[in-house]
Design a protein around this ligand. Structure first.
Ligand code: PMP
Ligand code: GLU
Length: 432
């Protein structure tokens, strides 16, 4: 046999040095450590703890035989159901032609950046994947300054300051609320103001509302109401329906942006072809009105609200500032109160902070650096999802309308509470 030769490494420059997405990496690392016998508290990865509602699982079983490739843009009856759902929930008017379904909204976010020629603008911090996607494609990223006093939200003033510098530049501005990583959301007034700036500079507003249904009081409002001609709404099944691994997401486009949808569908047709057929048929049930799904959503929000508030209170008692949680399942604790003590232990960055915390307590968090914050800032993302969602739903239902108290939290989410105790002990030890 001829002598083997080494194949030269010729990687696309845009992907050189890129690492696996931080969210997926922490999930794999935590699982590996747990498999080695270490006790790990899974507050790193942001996966819904709740099961897929039973009627949706049943619909998937019934549709296991669906085997054909489906339309690139998505199954038409599913798009009809999604349009009706957004009319019902948000009062927004979409036709099935305005909707594109895909294997996860992450894929659509990537396609959008690929086909649109412009900069990506987003508040710092923002979810881990927007910026690496821009880098893979070779787009410019503009991070907009935010402030802890404003719970790290995008402010209309900062957005305008950026747009004004080069007013005609094509831009996609991403807002995500309830937010990953902060758990905060926007008031309607703020949404109106952001919409007004977006309209003034004719930017595309990508509103990532994947946690919308997990607004803790069920009062999510889409910014598409205030800037209908330029807003693309992003959503999917991953969070409120607990179906991250099913991989189904969607974008809703205004008719004025049909050219973008069409271009994205062309690229989709040459890459992933279409979304899994059984999943799309099952998703019809998820978007229909169904009392069992409504009940589950109601209980999920109630559990997340009480658990989020409990952790918020505990963190504040420890002088660890975090925005008050309003939706989803994230907190964004700031450990800077302990900066001096942490420095003495060699902790100089959010990555060091998370590393030491994981090593010494088994609690996995994600460094804020992965969300775009400066590396030396001592903030991190905490996902309060390490509990048995199915059991928690049953317990909440049997609790009736009685308020869920700390004893309920202890019984239904013991691992999250233990993780909180460990964080408290750890920062307590820092001061010794
Ligand atoms: N946006 C945000 C803010 C997220 O947290 C996630 C992670 N699920 C996504 C988009 C992508 O979700 P999916 O691809 O599962 O629809
Ligand atoms: N969105 C989840 C998170 O932020 C994980 C899924 C993903 O990143 O694709 O942890």
């Amino acid at each position: 046999m001829a002598k083997r030769k080494k194949i030269p490494i010729n990687l696309n420059l845009n992907v050189r040095g890129l690492k696996k997405s931080a969210t997926l990496a922490i999930n794999e690392r935590s699982r590996k450590l747990a498999a080695q016998g270490k006790e790990i508290f899974f507050l790193g990865f942001g996966q819904s703890p709740f099961p897929v509602p039973e009627p949706v699982v049943e619909a998937l079983k019934k549709n296991a035989h669906q085997k054909d490739y489906l339309a690139v843009q998505g199954l038409y009856p599913l798009r009809q159901t999604i349009a009706t759902y957004f009319k019902r929930r948000q009062g927004l008017d979409y036709s099935p032609e305005d909707i594109m379904v895909s294997p996860g909204s992450k894929e659509l976010l990537f396609l959008l950046q690929l086909v649109y020629y412009g900069d990506l603008v987003m508040p710092m911090p923002s979810w881990v994947s927007y910026s690496p996607q821009a880098m893979i494609i070779g787009r410019r990223v503009n991070w907009v300054k935010t402030h802890p006093e404003n719970d790290w939200r995008l402010s209309p003033e900062e957005l305008e300051a950026l747009c004004k510098m080069d007013p005609d530049r094509p831009r996609i501005v991403i807002i995500n609320y309830p937010a990953n990583p902060t758990g905060a959301t926007y008031s309607e007034d703020r949404l109106r103001e952001i919409a007004a700036i977006a309209r003034k500079y004719r930017v595309i507003l990508l509103s990532d509302e994947i946690y919308g249904e997990l607004h803790h009081s069920g009062r999510h409002v889409s910014v598409a109401r205030y800037y209908p001609e330029g807003t693309i709404v992003s959503s999917g099944l991953s969070k409120w329906c607990g179906a991250g691994g099913w991989r189904l997401g969607m974008f809703l486009f205004p008719p004025d942006l049909r050219w973008l949808l069409d271009a994205m569908a062309v690229v989709a047709s040459e890459t992933y072809t279409s979304t899994s057929a059984p999943i799309q048929y099952a998703a019809i049930t998820a978007f229909e009105e169904h009392p069992v799904i409504e009940r589950q959503l109601h209980e999920s929000r109630r559990i997340l609200r009480v658990l989020g508030q409990y952790l918020y209170r505990r963190l504040r008692e420890l002088h660890i500032h975090t925005p008050e949680p309003q939706g989803g399942f994230y907190l964004f604790p700031d450990f800077s109160h302990y900066q001096k003590a942490l420095e003495k232990r060699g902790v100089q960055s959010s990555a060091d902070l998370c590393e030491q915390l994981l090593e010494e307590t088994g609690v996995a968090l994600l460094p804020s650096y992965d969300f775009g914050r400066p590396s030396e800032e001592l903030t991190a993302r905490l996902s309060y999802v390490d509990f048995d969602g199915e059991k928690a739903l049953k317990m909440a239902a049997s609790h009736g309308d009685k308020p869920l108290d700390d004893a309920f939290m202890q019984a239904c989410c013991p691992r999250v509470l233990e993780a909180m105790d460990r964080i408290a002990d750890w920062v307590g030890d820092l001061q010794q």
